[in-house]
Write a protein that binds this ligand. Sequence first.
Ligand code: 9WN
Length: 438
Amino acid sequence: REIAYDPAAAPPSLQVRAAQVLEGNWTGTSTVPSRGLYPHQWSWDSAFIAIGLRHLSPLRAQTELETLLAAQWADGRIPHIVFNPSVPLDAYFPSPDFWRSSTAGRAAGAPRTVQTSGIVQPPVHALAAWLVHLADPGLSRARGFLARAYPRLAAWHGYLLHRRDLGGGGLVSVVHPWEQGMDNSPCWDRPLSRVAPAPARSFRRADLDHGAPEDRPTDLDYGRYVRLAADYRDRGYADGPGDFAVEDPAFNALLAASEYALERIAHELGARGPAREARAERLTTALVERLWDPAAGMFLCRDVRAGELIPERGVSGLVPLLLPGLPGDLAATLVRTVCGPHFGLGGTTRLVPSYDLLGDAFDPHRYWRGPAWFNTNWLLERGLRLHGERGRADALRKGMLHTAGASGFAEYVDPYTAQACGVTGFGWSAALTLDLLH
Ligand code: 9WN
């Protein structure tokens, strides 16, 4: 019997499937990371999502960033969550009634009309805005996309550089693990151990309605996250000495990468401004001086309160590979570390894990304590390419594309088996797949 060729029956391509995820997560003005687990707009998710979305619709990608920037506070901070008012309060914790941005954040200039969190996330936005512009410069110019984004992005960087240099050494500190974006990384265990947890019965974890408890942070972690956030809120979101302050390599490297992007944006606009390239170079120098650990062959986090480096190898310590100004010998050492026994790329793993394979706290399924994530792998793929490691970058790209499709665009995967963990149909996993395909 002859079987007629039916194009509708052919499996959809990876590109089509990734586009379907982004379509399904689009709300009309921005993209949720996941319909169930994360039903609002997240700051660094939106930046990564815009980087992929630009290949589908430059207009939607611009809108994604514009929606986020519209929620900026008067002091320059871009909040880590912009809440969707049509989502029920109990769908995600902590909800707007916890953060109380428009009242508790009044002195810091929180917007009145939109509810947000009061903490931040890594500054990927200027890099995203520049890449979105490049996807369709004509549309971008016609809409004044960069002209409107530039002052907001400059104020955002100004907030970080001036209000958040809590260690006094030219680097930005995060004041909450959610700010750095790798919530339960073992790098935070030591500084977090000084934080008295809020009682477990004082809040309800909506995340456990959607995720397996063994894939998520523990209740003790949550108690500490809640305590730190509530204390910050009760101080009116004023920046100063608090219980938790950490200089993180990825956060600062992303700020430096975004400073380079802001320089390009300023040039495109014919704007005169501070010498941003010099700022990016100063950040790179400060990263090397304050966070490089020659024995580990990578960057570590600095516990600002204790005044010492944290002896844990997290993937954030590899992300500075993204920087063009990194001294050549350090870049070569980082490449060796990525491919060595602690991260296993090209040997035991196809994607780079979030934490040291040989570390005591390693857990292949628990969130940022071992699984591989697509955003950090995308950053490392760029870093490898930038430093001339084309073969390794190509192999990582191939591994990411395969894993993205096979896992249904999982939130994160077991670094050894590539088994899907967390939710599927995750925004940045789909978006960065699209970017790698172009
Ligand atoms: C807290 C949205 C966010 C990501 C973070 C990731 C996770 C939130 C949570 O989800 O954090 O901000 O509820 O666990 O750790 O990187 O931006 O995808």
